[in-house]
Design a protein around this ligand. Structure first.
Ligand SMILES: NC(=O)C1=CN([C@@H]2O[C@H](COP(=O)(O)OP(=O)(O)OC[C@H]3O[C@@H](n4cnc5c(N)ncnc54)[C@H](O)[C@@H]3O)[C@@H](O)[C@H]2O)C=CC1
Ligand SMILES: Nc1ncnc2c1ncn2[C@@H]1O[C@H](CO)C(=O)[C@H]1O
Length: 477
């Protein structure tokens, strides 16, 4: 067979990656159960799956699960800093390959990609050869989905527009890539979109993009919103960030959080986990919010809800977790104290005005993904991962057990698209509650949780089937 196509930092890291993948499997009972239940039937046989999702040890276990279920997989990361190079190498070599003759899955990802390299990796992950694209996509933030949709839009228009002054540096990179593609392979993206049966989206911000496209009627294929499975967002977003925020802050800065005034911008699932983690470190935690309900929740948990302007000159640590843009502006950072720490844990880097900051400061790199931006008056703002999600840029993201919940949902969603394709239109769906409960059930034994069985009488009394679903769809958890 032709040698495996791939592009990773160092294939020699595979042995180390394999050791960590084997330990991660022990912590991912949901994915292991899905492998046991489905691997023999190979229900994903014939499917070409492109992934655009942080290339970590945890994602390696997801990739090898999809491959075990029969899929032909190609992978890129969804962030320039989030790849763990030893995980990427191990996935390429595979369980039966060698560094000399890799026999795993093509991966196009390394930690520290340029924006051009990032989008080239995404394009490579979407190319299965002979003009074939994916039949299904695993997306995180929607960049793979965006590339296809923009590609189709410009093929229809017969040209790719030049970047406008208001366009981001990143969007200009996308336009340049699509312009090259339009010349080299006209009609490619229209065919890719036609062959693609759907996308399963990992995160809140990616899901926002999908609902926007559904509303505009521009969605080119069905989408399953994995983020809003309860066993994803009420676990990964909340408990995952509770674990990995402080991990990222510590590895980057080693700052003593105890006693410090820490601001969490956004008190959603992610912000709730962040606030709890910082409180656990003995920090004085305050919250900013736009939504009165989330603000009231924060207040009931004892967090002072403030406007950023109220605390910007006294706070020591700022964390954005909103999924919104321009949350921390240059004006805010101008007013911060010397050595204030600023980081984002939201999906995209636009929560902090990094472009504006770079224009008015001198950048002093301290170490990879940790910079001091020095203002004219000499005060320094210490920024993590250039404003990109710091738990994956400065640490290793969420741990395996919580990612097993998220990725079991991803795998079940991919199975849905492969086995029930006819039921899905070009709309956004969530998984049914019985699958959500199945994911939770698969994770209880590992942590010693023992479920109580409903008697028939009790089931009748609360009006649910004894075997579940145990809650109505409108239940909020
Ligand atoms: N780094 C990671 O590992 C993870 C990152 N995420 C990302 O984190 C972000 C937040 O996710 P969720 O908490 O699930 O979303 P969410 O929608 O539950 O929470 C966001 C909160 O921010 C608030 N908000 C919006 N604009 C604001 C502003 N200008 N100032 C203050 N508050 C504002 C909203 O009212 C909302 O309560 C998203 O981009 C998501 O994709 C999600 C999971 C894990
Ligand atoms: N260790 C990890 N491996 C892969 N994805 C992760 C990890 N930690 C967090 N994420 C995901 O990152 C997205 C945000 O881009 C989430 O919603 C999380 O599910």
């Amino acid at each position: 067979p032709a040698p495996l196509e791939y592009k990773v930092k160092d294939i020699g890291l595979a042995e180390w990656g394999r050791k960590e993948i084997e330990l991660a499997e022990k912590e991912m009972p949901g994915l292991m159960a899905v492998r046991r239940e489905y691997a023999r039937q190979k229900p994903l046989a014939g499917q070409r799956i492109t992934g655009s999702l942080h290339m970590t040890i945890q994602t390696a276990v997801l990739i090898e699960t999809l491959a075990d279920l029969g899929a032909d997989v190609r992978w890129a990361s969804c962030n320039i800093f989030s790849t763990q190079d030893h995980a990427a190498a191990a996935v390429v070599v595979g369980r039966g390959g060698t560094v000399e003759r890799p026999a795993g899955v093509p991966v196009f990802a390394w930690k520290g990609e340029t924006l051009e390299e990032y989008w080239e990796c995404t394009e490579r992950a979407l190319d299965f050869g002979d003009g074939k694209g994916p039949t299904q996509i695993v997306d995180d933030g929607g960049d793979a989905t965006l590339l296809i949709h923009k590609g189709v839009e410009f093929e229809k228009a017969g040209k790719v527009p030049s970047p406008k002054a208001s366009d981001s540096e990143e969007y200009a990179v996308v336009l340049k890539l699509l312009a090259k593609e339009l010349k080299a392979s006209p009609g490619r993206w229209t065919k890719v979109a036609k062959d693609c049966a759907g996308v399963t989206e990992e995160t809140t911000t990616g899901v926002h993009r999908l609902y926007d496209m559904q509303k505009a009627g521009t969605l080119l294929f069905p989408a399953i919103n994995v983020n809003d499975s309860v066993t994803k967002s009420k676990f990964d977003n909340l408990y995952g960030c509770r674990h990995s925020l402080v991990d990222g802050l510590n590895r980057a800065t080693d700052v003593m959080l105890a006693g410090k005034l820490c601001v969490v911008c956004g008190y959603g699932d992610v912000g709730k986990g962040c606030a709890q983690a910082l409180r656990g470190q003995g920090a004085r935690v305050v919250v900013t919010e736009i939504d009165p309900i989330n603000a009231l929740q924060a207040s009931m948990e004892g967090y002072q809800v403030v406007r950023l302007e109220d605390v910007v000159s006294q706070a020591d640590v700022f964390v954005t977790a909103t999924g919104n843009l321009d949350v921390i502006t240059v004006e805010h950072m101008k007013a911060m104290k010397d050595c204030a720490i600023v980081g984002n844990i939201g999906h995209f880097d636009n929560e902090i005005d990094m472009a504006g900051l770079k224009k008015v400061t001198e950048r002093v790199n301290i170490k990879p993904q940790y910079d001091a931006f020095v203002f004219e008056d000499g005060h320094r703002v210490l920024v993590l991962a250039e404003g990109r999600l710091l738990n994956l840029g400065c640490a290793t993201g969420h741990p395996s057990f919580v990612m097993s919940n998220s990725f079991t949902n991803q795998t079940l969603a991919q199975l849905e698209l492969a086995t029930n394709r006819a039921s899905y239109e070009k709309k956004v769906y969530t998984l049914p509650k019985h699958l959500d409960e199945k994911v939770a059930a698969l994770h209880l034994e590992q942590i010693g949780a023992r479920l109580t069985k409903l008697t028939k009488k009790q089931a009748a009394y609360i009006g649910v089937p004894a075997a579940g679903p145990f809650k109505p769809d409108h239940y909020r958890y």
